[in-house]
Design a protein around this ligand. Structure first.
Ligand code: APR
Length: 268
């Protein structure tokens, strides 16, 4: 077996032995669905200064900047399909080997892949809220203006509609964050997939998991500031690595069914 398949097998054995698994995903898991990440070469923040285009303060002062950037993104979000990495996590959930996906992504691809337990730390592009009267708008009510790069207006009061994504300087949803912290602290394996781990509080979650006694697997095409806490680093594209890991896990589990007559791992 090559070095890569050894590491894939090692990850599969860690999944088999784990009782409570949580995934933390970032923009890297959706790159193979055609959505650029933020900080890799060609990423969104290499083309749009987040201070000008993506802070809550900049949105309040001049929402046209954000919606100008969104016009560039919306066609990618609209045409994106879940890739094999999203599908692999949804399959792990069905196999009882993924309690939840904590995602920083706003693209709804985990849900469309079939993951049922998804915590959206940074919100979603699927809805928007009027800054004036708080009326919630669906994506269909927003998309026409958004595609034209115009500011979507409230259907009730004509106020500025802001998408329900968390901008820099904006608080995260408190209950989503609390639940994410709990899941991270209580899991015994965290799969950290396509995360640059440069933005908090999401970047703290692997450390919470480690402090809670969990083992950590990173899946990434590059190094991150938190590599030292990883028990295993799978260097490669998520859309290639994750399906291989799930197939390797299924082979292990099938052998156990033959030996122990049950699907669950022998350790739990
Ligand atoms: N497979 C696996 N990893 C990948 C792939 C891929 N195909 N492509 C890129 N990556 C990795 C990059 O190496 C990087 O480590 O994904 C990571 C993406 O990092 P960022 O661009 O910083 O995105 P993310 O970690 O999601 O950013 C967190 O910052 O700008 C805010 O709110 C925004 O949710 C975002 C948050």
């Amino acid at each position: 077996m090559g070095a890569k398949s050894d590491i894939i097998e090692q990850a599969a054995r860690m999944i088999d032995a784990a009782g409570k698994i949580v995934a933390l995903t970032g923009a890297g898991i959706s790159v193979e669905s055609g959505i650029p990440d933020f900080r890799s070469p060609g990423g969104l923040w290499t083309r749009y200064d987040p201070v000008v285009y993506a802070t809550f303060e900049s949105f309040i002062n001049d929402p046209s900047k954000f919606w100008e950037m969104a016009a560039d993104l919306h066609p990618l979000l609209e045409n994106a399909e879940p890739n094999p990495a999203h599908m692999a996590l949804a399959e792990l959930e069905k196999l009882g080997k993924c309690e939840a996906v904590i995602t920083q992504n706003i693209d709804n691809l985990h849900q469309r892949a079939g993951s049922g337990q998804v915590l959206e730390l940074h919100g979603t592009f699927r809805t928007g809220t009027c800054l004036g009267c708080r009326k919630q708008h669906t994506y269909e009510q927003i998309k026409e203006s958004a595609f034209r790069g115009e500011i979507p207006r409230c259907v009730i009061c004509g106020g500025v509609v802001k998408p329900d994504v968390v901008l820099f300087g904006e608080p995260l949803n408190a209950s989503v964050l609390q639940r994410s912290n709990e899941l991270a602290s209580q899991c015994d394996l965290m799969l950290v997939i396509g995360c640059g781990l440069e933005v908090y509080p999401a970047a703290s979650l692997p450390s919470y998991a480690k402090r809670g006694g969990a083992r950590i697997i990173f899946v990434n095409i590059a190094s991150t500031p938190y590599d030292p806490i990883a028990d295993l680093i799978l260097l490669g594209k998520a859309g290639e690595v994750m399906p291989a890991v799930v197939e390797a896990y299924k082979r292990i589990a099938e052998k156990e069914v033959k030996r122990f007559g049950r699907w669950k791992s022998k350790d739990n």
